[in-house]
Design a protein around this ligand. Structure first.
Ligand code: FES
Length: 365
């Protein structure tokens, strides 16, 4: 593509000898060979532009056609990749995990979205570069420095050069490239538009309910065995999930995240909150394991004080006092699950949590 136009204001008589030499080269006149005296005067003189060498595409129409098809192919692949992006987003389940070397086990959806979007953008870039390198004019023109405010005739020359560049780029002539480029550029933004689907629909009741219901057994999360009261010793912290959860279940991770419980045994006389006492069994209390700040799993228990600590931002809850917040950024107490013992002697839930678990959200009230 032409870089600039020529400056008609600059006359050769007014230029120093080395500028005049460069100017001559720029105007297509072979540079004048400098005399030994001139070279000795200025050993770092501008050598001027090297002579233009035509590319194979400039002299061979079939090579130019091949390049045109390559560019069109790259733009077409970009369009197909965008279609692949949209198809992946619609078809692939969010929790499907695949093995991809060398990354290991990763989300199939994330992998497909990244791959297709990257390919779509790369092909547009590669097509544009190949087009510029092989088909657009590569003749270089030099222009001498001029005042920042260009005179009207120079502006007119720039406009003429711009039009000439557009003409030489083949944008008007090469309909195949133009059509596929516009297609690729028009389709790439669709990848962003389709992601707006994740803004809806509203979760409605999904954030309010967990898998706990009346009669569901409390199962030790590590051993997968139903818990009896005698399995919960004073000072220990036990993690539990509802019975019947299979690791292969489609929503396993989501449901465990919502229903995970912390179970501790506190001497009944140490329990300060009356409701907490009613909802426990012989001092065994069950609370949501999900921090009410931004949802990290709570894991540190201090048996002397009955405090549990969230490792993410150090919110601290007092399990002997309704799990109220005694330190940190969490906004409210951990939800308690009402528990009892069934006729076979196993710990069971007496219903679901009576408030949403996890972080606050705007419809919580
Ligand atoms: S997530 Fe628990 S304190 Fe921030």
């Amino acid at each position: 593509m032409s870089q600039t136009g020529s400056n008609k204001d600059v006359s050769e008589e007014n230029l120093p000898s080395e500028q005049a030499t460069a100017h001559e080269g720029a105007m297509g006149v072979p540079p004048r060979t400098k005399s030994l005296g001139e070279v000795a005067d200025d050993p770092f003189a501008d050598p001027g532009l090297p002579p233009h060498e035509p590319r194979v595409q400039d002299i061979d129409k079939r090579a130019a056609k091949r390049s045109e098809r390559t560019v069109a192919l790259l733009f077409t692949v970009s369009m197909l990749a965008t279609v692949g992006f949209i198809a992946s987003y619609v078809v692939l389940p969010i929790d499907k995990i695949v093995y991809v070397w060398p990354f290991g086990h990763i989300s199939a959806l994330n992998f497909a979205l990244g791959l297709t979007l990257g390919l779509a953008l790369f092909c547009i870039g590669a097509g544009a570069v190949h087009w510029a390198r092989t088909l657009m004019s590569d003749e270089e023109h030099a222009q001498e420095r001029h005042p920042i405010e260009a005179p009207p005739e120079v502006k007119a020359q720039v406009m003429a050069d711009f039009k000439q560049g557009a003409e030489e780029s083949g944008m008007g002539r090469r309909k195949l490239i133009r059509t596929t480029l516009f297609g690729a550029l028009a389709m790439v933004p669709l990848s962003g538009v389709i992601l707006l689907r994740d803004l809806g629909p509203l979760p409605e009741g999904k954030l309010r309910h967990t898998l706990w219901s009346k009669g569901k057994l409390l199962v030790n999360q590590n051993t997968n065995e139903p818990l009896r009261p005698e399995d919960v010793g004073v000072g220990s912290l036990t993690f539990a999930v509802p019975e019947g959860l299979e690791e292969d279940d489609h929503d396993f991770q989501k449901e465990v995240a919502k229903a995970a419980l912390m179970i501790v045994r506190i001497q009944p006389e140490d329990i300060k909150d009356k409701r907490e006492l009613d909802w426990s069994h012989e001092g065994i209390v069950a609370y949501s394991k999900i921090c009410t700040h931004v949802g990290c799993p709570i894991s540190l228990y201090e048996q002397q004080t009955h405090h549990v600590l969230c490792p993410c931002h150090q919110s601290t809850f007092d399990l002997s006092d309704g799990a109220r917040v005694i330190f940190g950024p969490a906004g409210h107490a951990l939800p308690q699950l009402r528990i009892g013992v069934n006729k076979d002697g196993y710990l069971e839930a007496l219903g679901d949590f009576d408030e949403p678990v996890g972080p606050s959200f705007w419809e919580r009230g």
